[in-house]
Design a protein around this ligand. Structure first.
Ligand SMILES: [Zn+2]
Length: 1159
């Protein structure tokens, strides 16, 4: 059947090309018209694949040669060409090959006075111009002059022709050389005047398509520099801005407002960022004779390409680049045991494996102490209730997480019910946090190991808690009811530390699991920061308790970005209310005016803080600039700052104006996080997702070559959000994501060590090395204590395979730390699964690979200005000590035949949802790159897929479909790839956790909180246990124990996953953003007009010819013989693809104008 159809179509097409018989041709055209007006677009593609375009073009050249031209043949031909051509990606080239450009142009010229004929030519012209090269040829041959003649001067006669001409002109102007030609001929001013005329006269909005078409012409012209300059000189900004002011609330006019907004944003004059230099405010002199000027590795993408060259847009460009990045050299993919240092050096790492030489003499006296230790265990938290779902929490998986109507702040009425487990948990905690105990512990912690040696005692005294406002009556009442007079703000407006801290500590309920303010302060005092921080941020000190509910992703309000962009443009056009006052400036503290009446006060000089400058733009709007990573001039993404002196119920707009990424999850439902001190002191100490009207778009700031240190023409993006603070005169903190400082990690380790059951948990905390900034980078060893000193038990202990985990090489990825926190708490817990897991593995863990970056508020780099996860091939012992020694330890393990079974580096991912793994596979990489793979030569253990498959089942936030096992060239120096290749670890992974939320599974539609991130960390451990049981020989005892524990577990998680499994295997990459992010690129957004629109135009024109309700002065009687009418005929059934028309299905009245327009 298909074959017959094919042959039938081919006969038709070849006859069309060769026949000279008019009757035959008309019949074929009629058949083709009928064929294509029914069915779906697939039919047209089928015709194209059979050479339909070529045949029609051939027929056109033949028919056009006839003298006089026979329009009864030409018109149906042109209609078919327009319909087929717009779907044929190679149409432009085919037109050139058939040498048909001139034919179509001259047909149009000859028919200038005959609108029905002309309109047909214009449709085909527009379709031809969709190919930039063909469009340029048409431009050179005078197409634009012809079109301009048709559309000017303003007239409401022949609106269909005008529309077709404008749309053809817009298509031609996609060619940059056409745009230059148009500007040089003065068409830009002409288009602006024409737009104004149509805008003024189209009071009832009947000609939206014409107005939008004119804007599309302007949009394309202003893609070139010359176009933007001319636009500005012609008062384009004022004209467009004013014209859309009265349209803003009319939804019908969206195509106009959106296009105008895009042009306005694009043409807004470029400015440098309002900072003296884009280099970081802080610099760090590198040790030795290391490069004096640290490297500014090439900025990955984001250069503004104002290249005027013509480029065919290649839709597959992106994919191709991705594939091109894949490593296809089999030799480079093979594991090879190289060494980047002398072998003797590895000896030093023996000391980092004390477990291998431990003789456990202490087990002798076990029986004596047994009792007291046992008691201690009882008071320990086994594991927070959320780690392993209980039957009750699973029965109603939605009740706990799906809490749609939760207010941003303030207690949730349902909260009480949730607090129960927490409280029962806390009680035990409280006994632990006995005051006398705690004081001793704090001292111990402060003097712990090498962490605080050589501390300047004066510095310890200088440390203050920063968030206490000077006129904080509420605070005084709460903490100093007895002696209000004694509080005297220090000159800087900040209270003296010791009193404040002591008083606060007395009020602290100590009920936040695994957090102790005392430990925190003790640790924070030892931290060495480049700016020499003297303040501690309140949330880090006081602690964070996750709320009992998860927040759904933020629904994007319609037009939110458009309104913000228009507000930005208003700064230029109506600057009346612009204040422009710097209120915070790291570089020039004297220039800022803190405490100015009616304005917010900003601060960020504390651990992980990052804010460089704050400018009050309008009364309730602030532009914020983040600091670059130290010794670098870019990497702005992470932010964390304090704000105070706010008014109640006022929406404050914040714009972070030096973002760099091309897109952001802030465009797809992600919110930032906020912490209110008042809320915390009222018993709700928590970071919450906050902010509304959130969007992320390209702005008008750019970086000059000089300022960027050689980076040419870099552009910036704005993250804009609005916040209503929960209290008046509160102190609030805003951050990119849940902060997790170095001190938080160090004090967490103190608590874990103290809380573990030393009888069961083997725990060693050592220092992997000192960082460049002089902070210790801790290394942990966790496993189970041997059951006894018996030889069998000790052998089992020494023989356990290793698991190597790391986190936070990228300081801005605080989510990685929360996942690591979950892993650590689970590993030392008394949960029976943890107990079993410890017996299966020895864990080597570096919980924070880049302490300096975290401390100093960097996003990506270390103090050397390097991305540490690009240094694994040849780390420098001087510049990248943590990487150098982590790799050294791995080399050592390999050298003693103990390379880890699993290696995993925890990261955060800013562009995608869910949690997933990146792994390494030779075969998958070669297949993806399209290389022939000789499976006989390359053998590969597919064991790397087991762990992610398990996690997909047991961890609700984890999604197997998001995982990838490809090895990219650009990643050859990452931990994952190097450990896989050089250490020979088959299961070498990067674990990526979203900053946003989940698109699949139990948490679908929700943003992740710290609770879900920690849960991921504990589920990762569970996954390791199952992996062990699946892939390694185990003793019967272990198997039996595990079977008992896991059966229950699996059943529960299975059920939980099933109950909400609607996982479709589609890719989870984000769809194009609803609003254009980058105004400089020429994206094919929907309002540019699509297939169905032109189809619709063609059909309408026909029905109008049929009905002879003319306004175009066509004498149909002459042109339409009965046979021609047959060609014009379309079935009364609507073409199937018209059902997909976005606009005709809604009563927008867009088309009605063409029917009812006055003559
Ligand atoms: Zn990362």
């Amino acid at each position: 059947m298909a074959e017959r159809e094919a042959s039938g179509l081919q006969v038709l097409l070849s006859t069309l090309q060769s026949s000279c018989d008019k009757e035959v041709i008309l019949n074929i055209l009629s058949v083709l018209t009928d064929l294509l007006s029914l069915g779906t677009g697939r039919r047209i593609h089928y015709v194209i694949s059979k050479g339909g375009s070529e045949a029609l073009l051939q027929a056109l050249t033949t028919a056009a040669r006839a003298e006089p031209p026979d329009h009864s043949t030409l018109l149906p031909l042109l209609r078919l060409l327009a319909r087929v051509g717009q779907r044929d990606r190679k149409f432009g080239l085919k037109v050139q090959k058939a040498e048909a450009t001139d034919i179509i142009l001259s047909l149009a010229r000859r028919n200038l006075g005959h609108h029905l004929h002309l309109i047909h030519c214009l449709w085909v012209l527009r379709v031809c111009a969709s190919n930039v090269t063909t469009g340029t040829t048409l431009g050179i041959n005078g197409a634009m002059e012809l079109l301009f003649k048709v559309i000017t001067p303003y007239s409401k006669r022949h609106v269909r022709t005008v529309r077709a001409a404008i749309e053809a002109l817009a298509a031609l102007l996609k060619s940059k050389s056409n745009s230059r030609r148009a500007v040089n001929r003065g068409y830009l001013g002409g288009l602006l005047r024409l737009y104004q005329d149509w805008h003024r006269n189209d009071v009832s909005n009947n000609y939206i398509y014409i107005r939008r078409g004119l804007l599309l012409c302007l949009k394309h012209i202003t893609n070139i520099q010359l176009g933007r300059e001319t636009f500005l000189c012609s008062q384009g900004m004022e004209i467009l801005f004013t014209s859309i002011q009265d349209c803003l609330f009319c939804k019908n006019l969206d195509p106009i407002i959106n296009t105008a907004t895009q042009i306005l944003r694009k043409c807004f004059p470029k400015e440098p960022l309002p900072v003296a230099t884009v280099r970081s405010s802080y610099s760090f002199p590198l040790p030795g004779n290391a490069k004096a000027e640290p490297p500014c590795e090439g900025y990955e993408g984001g250069y503004e390409s104002d290249g005027e060259e013509e480029a065919e847009n290649n839709e597959n460009l992106e994919n191709k680049e991705e594939d091109y990045d894949l490593e296809t050299d089999v030799n480079k993919l093979r594991s090879r045991a190289v060494l980047d240092r002398p072998e003797e050096e590895l000896g030093q790492y023996e000391a980092m494996c004390p477990e291998l030489s431990h003789n456990f003499q202490e087990l002798e006296s076990e029986s004596e102490e047994e009792k007291s230790l046992e008691d201690r265990t009882e008071s320990l938290p086994s594991t927070p209730s959320h780690f392993i779902p209980s039957a009750t929490s699973v029965k109603h998986p939605n009740c706990r997480w799906r809490n749609q109507s939760v207010t941003e702040m303030g207690p949730d009425p349902r909260e009480k019910g949730f607090e129960v487990p927490q409280q029962s948990w806390t009680k035990k905690e409280k006994c632990k946090w006995d005051l006398t105990d705690e004081k001793r512990d704090t001292v111990e912690a402060a003097q712990d190991e090498d962490s605080c040696k050589g501390e300047d005692p004066a510095r310890n005294h200088a440390l203050t808690l920063c968030p206490l406002p000077k006129e904080a009556a509420w605070y005084q009442k709460m903490f100093y009811p007895e002696c209000e007079a004694s509080i005297s703000p220090s000159p800087g407006g900040r209270l003296e530390s010791s009193d404040t801290v002591t008083n606060l500590l007395e009020k602290h309920q100590g009920n936040i699991p695994f957090h102790s303010p005392r430990f925190y302060i003790a640790r924070a005092k030892c931290v060495k920061s480049i700016p020499d921080y003297k303040d501690v941020a309140f949330p880090d000190f006081w602690g964070h308790q996750p709320p009992p509910y998860s927040k759904p992703m933020l629904e994007r309000k319609y037009g939110v970005q458009r309104n913000k962009v228009l507000d930005d443009v208003r700064r230029l056009i109506q600057p009346g209310d612009v204040i422009g006052r710097t209120v915070f400036d790291l570089d020039e503290p004297s220039h800022s005016s803190p405490g100015a009446p009616g304005c917010l006060t900003f601060f960020s000089k504390f651990e992980s803080g990052n804010l460089r400058k704050a400018i009050q733009v309008r009364e309730f709007e602030y532009d914020l600039i983040m600091n670059a990573d130290i010794n670098s001039n870019h990497h702005h993404q992470w932010f964390y700052f304090e704000v105070r002196d706010m008014k109640l119920a006022v929406p404050y707009r914040f714009n972070i104006i030096n973002c760099e990424k091309l897109n952001s999850q802030f465009n797809y439902g992600m919110q930032l996080v906020m912490y209110s001190v008042k809320e915390a002191l009222q018993g709700r100490p928590r970071w919450l997702r906050a902010g509304h009207d959130i969007c992320y778009y390209k702005n008008h700031y750019s970086c000059s070559t000089a300022a960027g240190g050689g980076m040419r023409g870099k552009c910036y993006y704005t993250l804009s959000f609005t916040v209503k603070f929960p209290h008046k005169d509160d102190v609030c903190y805003l951050a990119y994501h849940y902060p997790y400082t170095y001190s938080a990690m160090m004090s967490h380790l103190d608590i874990l060590e103290q809380k573990r059951n030393p009888k069961k948990v083997y725990w060693r905390q050592q220092t992997l090395c000192q960082t460049l900034g002089g902070n210790p980078c801790p290394l942990l060893t966790i496993t189970a204590m041997p059951d006894s000193k018996k030889r069998d038990d000790l052998e089992q202990f020494y023989d356990r395979p290793y698991v190597f985990l790391m986190a936070r090489v990228h300081p801005g990825e605080s989510n990685a730390s929360w996942v690591m926190k979950g892993t650590l708490e689970f590993l030392v817990s008394s949960d029976p699964i943890a107990d079993l897991l410890r017996k299966c593995f020895i864990f080597k863990i570096v919980p924070m690979l880049n302490p300096d970056g975290v401390i100093n508020g960097s996003h990506r780099c270390s103090l050397s200005g390097d991305d540490l996860n690009r240094q694994w091939l040849t780390p420098s012992s001087q510049l990248h000590p943590t990487i150098y020694h982590a790799k050294g330890l791995l080399y050592y393990l390999r050298s003693i035949g103990r390379a880890p079974l699993v290696f995993c580096d925890y990261h955060g991912h800013s562009q995608r949802k869910n949690v997933f793994l990146y792994g390494c596979s030779i075969k998958e990489t070669l297949w993806q790159a399209g290389c022939m793979v000789d499976t006989a030569v390359i053998t590969e253990d597919v064991g790397y897929r087991t762990l992610p498959k398990i996690l997909d089942k047991v961890a609700p936030a984890f999604v197997m479909n998001s995982c990838s096992f490809l090895v990219e060239k650009s990643r050859e120096s990452t931990a994952r790839v190097v450990v896989w290749k050089e250490i020979g670890v088959l299961r070498s992974y990067t674990m990526e956790s979203t900053y946003c939320g989940c698109s699949h599974g139990l948490y679908k539609g929700l943003q992740l909180g710290t609770q879900e991130l920690e849960e991921m960390g504990s589920k990762f451990c569970l996954g390791l246990l199952i992996l062990h049981l699946k892939s390694l020989p185990c003793s019967k005892k272990v198997m039996a124990q595990a079977a008992l524990l896991l059966d229950l577990e699996e059943e529960i998680t299975d059920r939980a996953q099933r109950s909400c499994s609607n996982s479709n295997p589609e890719t989870d990459d984000e769809p194009p953003c609803v609003e254009e992010i980058d105004y400089n690129t020429d994206s094919c957004s929907d309002d540019e007009g699509n297939f169905s629109e032109l189809d619709q135009e063609i059909q309408e024109c026909l029905s109008w010819v049929e009905g002879e309700t003319e306004d175009e002065g066509v004498t149909t009687g002459q042109t339409c013989s009965s046979k021609a009418r047959r060609g014009l005929y379309i079935s009364s059934q609507p073409a199937s693809n018209s059902t997909a028309l976005p606009l005709c299905s809604t009563p927008l009245g867009v088309y009605s104008g063409f029917e009812s327009s006055p003559a």
